[in-house]
Design a protein around this ligand. Structure first.
Ligand SMILES: CC(C)(COP(=O)(O)OP(=O)(O)OC[C@H]1O[C@@H](n2cnc3c(N)ncnc32)[C@H](O)[C@@H]1OP(=O)(O)O)[C@@H](O)C(=O)NCCC(=O)NCCS
Length: 201
């Protein structure tokens, strides 16, 4: 079987979660930084696959997921559904805590419980957003471009004409990728560790 892009299936979950944590430290492996390696994919992968299955695609090698693009066509609606539908599924395992988070796991639990952080006024004209990650052996071979094109084709069918990405600014190799695909910087005051990039499609 060859390498192909296909829709996400529920049995891809473990592979997708693994890809997410292996690429989570500004594009590098973050497995040694978290006590619970699932806490991060429960924010940045699981809810998209669960809530937005028609925008979930994997790059598969012999049917095994080795990369993915996940996202939403409507960030505001996604945030509401994240709170109402996703958090109830994961809150028992990752309860909200009082006090300022200190450890990497606590910081992720805080992000999990604050989906409204995704509602950035300057991004209102770019209602869709995506996350894309490939295992190292599959990078720089054109698959990332094809995954974004696949995602964008669905957006167009839905009549959505603009999307954004919140890229960790420290992820220097990712920036030329988005530049080559035509993304531009969206000026956001106090963007924290992120650079926001937008694309009109
Ligand atoms: C970033 C990432 C998604 C890019 O996907 P990819 O498959 O490696 O990129 P592609 O091979 O499709 O590259 C598309 C274009 O970007 C360019 N490009 C990609 N990475 C580049 C880099 N590090 N430096 C310079 N150009 C780069 C390619 O040369 C190509 O240009 P062309 O099509 O005009 O010839 C992938 O490398 C990845 O998953 N990295 C680790 C996780 C990550 O950082 N995810 C993004 C989080 S915001």
């Amino acid at each position: 079987m060859s390498i192909e892009i296909r829709p996400y299936r529920p049995d891809d979950r473990a592979a997708v979660y693994d890809i997410c944590i292996r690429t989570a430290d500004a594009g590098q492996d973050a497995r040694d930084q978290y006590r619970d390696p699932d806490v991060l994919p429960e924010i940045f992968a699981g809810p998209y696959a669960h809530l937005e299955p028609d925008l979930a695609f994997v790059l598969a090698d012999d049917d095994r997921a080795v990369g993915y693009v996940l996202g939403t066509a409507d960030t505001a609606r996604f945030v509401a559904r994240f709170r109402d539908e996703w958090l109830p599924l994961v809150s028992a395992r990752y309860p909200a805590r009082d006090g300022a988070p200190t450890t990497p796991d606590e910081i992720m639990v805080h992000l999990l419980h604050t989906p409204e952080r995704m509602l950035v006024p300057e991004l209102a004209d770019y209602p869709a957003h995506l996350h894309i990650d490939l295992l190292p052996d599959y990078q720089r071979a054109g698959h990332g471009r094809r995954l974004v094109e696949t995602f964008v084709a669905v957006l167009r069918r839905k009549g959505v004409r603009a999307l954004h990405v919140g890229m960790v600014t420290a992820n220097r190799p990712a920036r030329p990728f988005y530049d080559r695909l035509g993304f531009h910087v969206i000026d956001v005051p106090d963007p924290g560790p992120l650079t926001y990039l937008g694309l009109t499609v």
